[in-house]
Design a protein around this ligand. Sequence first.
Ligand code: PLP
Length: 376
Amino acid sequence: MSRLYLDANASEPLRPEARTAAAAALDVAGNPSSVHAEGRAARRLLEEARESVAALAGLAPAAVVFTSGGTEANATALAGCAAEGRRVLAGATEHDSVLRAIPAAERIPVDRDGVIDLAALATALADPRPAAVAVMLANNETGTLQPIAEVAALCRRAAARLHVDAVQAPGRLPLGDLGALGADTVALSAHKAGGPKGAGALLLASGWWPGPLLRGGGQERGMRAGTEPLPAIAGFAAALAAAEAWRAAGGAARLRALRDAILAGLAVRVPHAVPIAMGASRLANTLCLALPGVAAATQVMALDLAGIAVSAGSACSSGKVAESHVLRAMGLGPLAGSAIRVSLPWTAPEEAPRRFLDAYAAMAARLVRPVEPAPA
Ligand code: PLP
């Protein structure tokens, strides 16, 4: 039986358009910074990618700075905020690349569905010292969408900068809205959109430039040193365009139907499983699911043995599964240690719900000990 990959929020499978664009760019010998014909050909490819990403986000090409991925885009924006002497306020469920970029960041609490507490943010912003706020568009573990328009309004009123991590948006939310979120900066990552790993972008949506994280050559007009990884960038631009076209043509709606079929099946077959963040608007492809009493790592391994790839918390480089800071911040208590993330990729087959439900129900029957009736 073929494998069933349900870990799109860790990495989307490569889109064919991205493969074609990246492969073509591999054969471009020139360095985009060189002035000869080969260099100019490479530069042309780079600027075409920039124009494409900018147009998709509703921004001018000059607003796109290519990076190595979402982590670097987040780090660049937040380092710039800190360099301006601003206090950094970050949602408690932000990705580690945000929370660890500025360890002193003040964490703004979220509710049980992972939605940021706007009153707490407003209180934190009432402090007259200049501030910067980092709030993600969609959470990678739960899929919870944040009320960015409200966050942006609060930031505007307090003259605070706003950075939005939109890494999980492509293919799921309209990209044309990114430039109009009301953010100063927005982070994107190629491999979350079905592009190659190793590229991303920081979108300068308000014209503010946070300053370079990496210094050296004058690439990216001095905003990010280092020879641009042309194959990854060309693949990134092609993936974003393909992801947006796929979403607009009903791709995300199809994934929502598959995801909801899993939810409906669970209610019947494993009623003691607990879906997380059900009260929030969520990404169409994402389901966070706790099986009380069974460690998340055990579930991931059991499903892996059954041919299904899911994850526990966010994938971390060491391969270890630590309890999720996201679910802890949501006040889920012990459930936080028993939750897995099911995230359907753009390639998800129609039989994904049935195969997942069969494997999950079998696992639950094996691993969940029946509750002994209390002695009479
Ligand atoms: N932000 C979010 C919400 C993510 O899910 C991830 C990856 O897991 C990142 C940032 C980091 O992106 P990258 O892997 O491109 O560095």
